[in-house]
Ligand binder design. Structure first.
Ligand SMILES: [Zn+2]
Length: 388
C-alpha cells in the first residue's frame, strides 16, 4: 500500500460485504462518515464507520459482523475534511475493490435494498423525499438504526422511530417531472423491481415450471420488459402467484464470530445438531472437535412459519437463550417452541451460539435483483439465478 492509514481502519475491510447477501446491516456511508456529532472532531471520518461496526458487533453478538455500505459519489472528495489524505484514499480503495457501492445518490439504492432484504439501515437521515415511493418508511420503528454520542462521543446505536411525515412535509421532488430532472427515473424502475421481487410468479404456458416455487430449488427473477414480468422461455406475461414467502436466516457462531449461515424457508421444521439425520442441519465440519463433542446429535429444533422462527431444545445438555436487551440467560424449553428474534442468542454449549439475521428474502433473489437494477437489461439470462 502506498499509504499507511490507521491499521484499525484498514482492518475494517473484513467487515465490508461485497454483496448484501451475507450482510447484517446496510450502511448509509455518507451519513455515517459525515455525522460530526459522534467520534472524531472532523467533518468526515472513517473512524465513525469503525465505531458503527463495533456497535453492530455488540448488538448482533457477532464480532465478525458484516455490513453492506453505499456511499454518495461525492463522499471521497472533500479531502480536506478528513483527518488526513489516507482516509479518502482507503475509501477509494474499498470502492475499487467492490467493498463499497458508490452511487450518485446513495439513498435510492440503499432504501430499495432495505425494502428487498429486510436488513436494518444505519443512518440518521429522515429520508423525507422518499416516503411516497417507499411508504414502508412511514411510522417504521424497527428497521432504522440511528447514531448518537455516548461517553467520549463514542457511537451508540438506537432503534429509530421514523414517524409519519405529512404530504406537506414531503418535498415536491417526488413529482414525476422532478423525478426525471433528478435522474431518479431509473430509481422508479428499481422500485417496480422490488415489487416484482416480493411476489412469486408462474408461467401460464402448459408444463412450464421455470418460475414455479413449489418445484425444484430454482429461485429465478422474472425477465421484465416494459414493466411486465415475462417468462424468459416463452416471452408470455407471468401470472402473479402471491407474495413470496420470506425466509429466515440462522447464523452459527464459534466464540462470537459467525462461521456459517443457514437459510430456512417458510414452512420448514429442521433439526440442528452434531448428526441430526436426514433433512437436518449437521454441525459436523463446522465446529472444531472439542466443541462438537459437547453438542448433541439432535440439539435444537427450528420451526419457521408465518409467526416467525421458533426454537425448541432437544438436547440433554440443554440450550440457553439470551433475549435481545436481557441481562441474563434462560433455559430454552424442551416442550414449547420459543420465538427466536433478530439479535436474540441461543447457546448450544459454551462457545457455540446461534443468532438470527434480519434478512427476509432468498439471498439469490436480492443479488440477482441488484445486478439487474445496475444494468440496462441486455438479455433475460442476466436476470436469472440459481440457488446452490
Ligand atoms: Zn414459460
Amino acid at each position: 500500500m502506498p499509504h499507511n492509514p490507521d491499521h484499525r481502519l484498514a482492518f475494517l475491510a473484513r467487515h465490508l460485504a461485497p454483496t448484501p447477501q451475507d450482510a447484517d446491516a446496510l450502511i448509509d456511508l455518507s451519513n455515517v462518515v459525515r455525522n460530526s456529532r459522534v467520534g472524531p472532531r472532523h467533518g468526515r471520518s472513517l473512524d465513525r464507520l469503525r465505531q458503527v461496526v463495533d456497535a453492530l458487533a455488540r448488538r448482533t453478538s457477532d464480532r465478525e459482523v458484516r455490513v453492506y455500505a453505499v456511499a454518495d459519489r461525492s463522499l471521497r472528495h472533500g479531502v480536506h475534511e478528513y483527518p488526513g489524505p489516507d482516509e479518502p484514499w482507503l475509501l477509494a480503495d474499498w470502492i475499487a475493490q467492490g467493498l463499497v457501492e458508490e452511487a450518485d445518490d446513495a439513498d435510492e439504492p440503499l432504501l430499495a435494498l432495505a425494502d428487498v432484504t429486510g436488513l436494518p439501515v444505519v443512518s440518521n437521515d429522515d429520508f423525507k423525499d422518499f416516503r411516497l415511493v417507499h411508504p414502508w418508511i412511514q411510522g417504521n420503528t424497527g428497521q432504522f438504526l440511528g447514531m448518537r454520542p455516548g461517553p467520549d462521543r463514542a457511537v451508540v446505536l438506537h432503534e429509530r422511530d421514523m414517524g409519519v411525515r405529512s404530504a406537506a412535509d414531503i418535498s415536491r421532488k417526488l413529482e414525476e417531472s422532478d423525478l426525471k430532472a433528478h435522474g431518479l427515473l431509473k430509481g422508479s424502475k428499481r422500485l417496480l423491481m422490488t415489487e416484482i421481487v416480493k411476489r412469486s410468479w408462474r408461467c401460464p404456458e402448459r408444463g412450464c415450471t421455470l418460475y414455479d416455487t413449489r418445484r425444484g430449488t430454482a429461485v429465478r427473477l422474472p425477465y421484465v420488459r416494459r414493466d411486465v414480468p415475462l417468462c424468459e422461455l416463452h416471452r408470455t406475461p407471468l401470472v402473479d402467484d402471491g407474495p413470496r414467502t420470506a425466509v429466515s436466516q440462522l447464523k452459527l457462531l464459534v466464540d462470537d464470530a459467525c462461521v456459517h449461515r443457514f437459510t430456512l424457508d417458510a414452512g420448514t421444521t429442521v433439526v440442528l445438531g452434531r448428526a441430526p439425520g436426514e433433512g437436518g442441519i449437521t454441525l459436523y465440519g463446522l465446529l472444531p472437535d472439542p466443541l462438537l463433542r459437547r453438542v448433541s446429535r439432535r440439539h435444537v429444533l427450528a420451526t419457521v412459519d408465518e409467526d416467525g422462527l421458533r426454537l425448541r431444545n432437544l438436547s440433554g445438555y440443554g440450550t440457553r437463550l439470551l433475549r435481545h436487551g436481557a441481562k441474563s440467560w434462560s433455559a430454552l424449553s424442551d416442550e414449547t417452541p420459543a420465538p427466536f428474534r433478530v439479535n436474540d442468542v441461543a447457546e448450544l454449549t459454551a462457545g457455540v451460539t446461534l443468532t438470527r439475521s434480519a434478512r427476509r428474502y432468498p439471498a439469490e433473489i436480492a443479488a440477482a435483483w441488484q445486478r439487474s437494477a445496475r444494468q440496462v437489461p441486455e438479455g433475460p439470462a442476466r436476470a436469472a439465478t440459481r440457488r446452490h
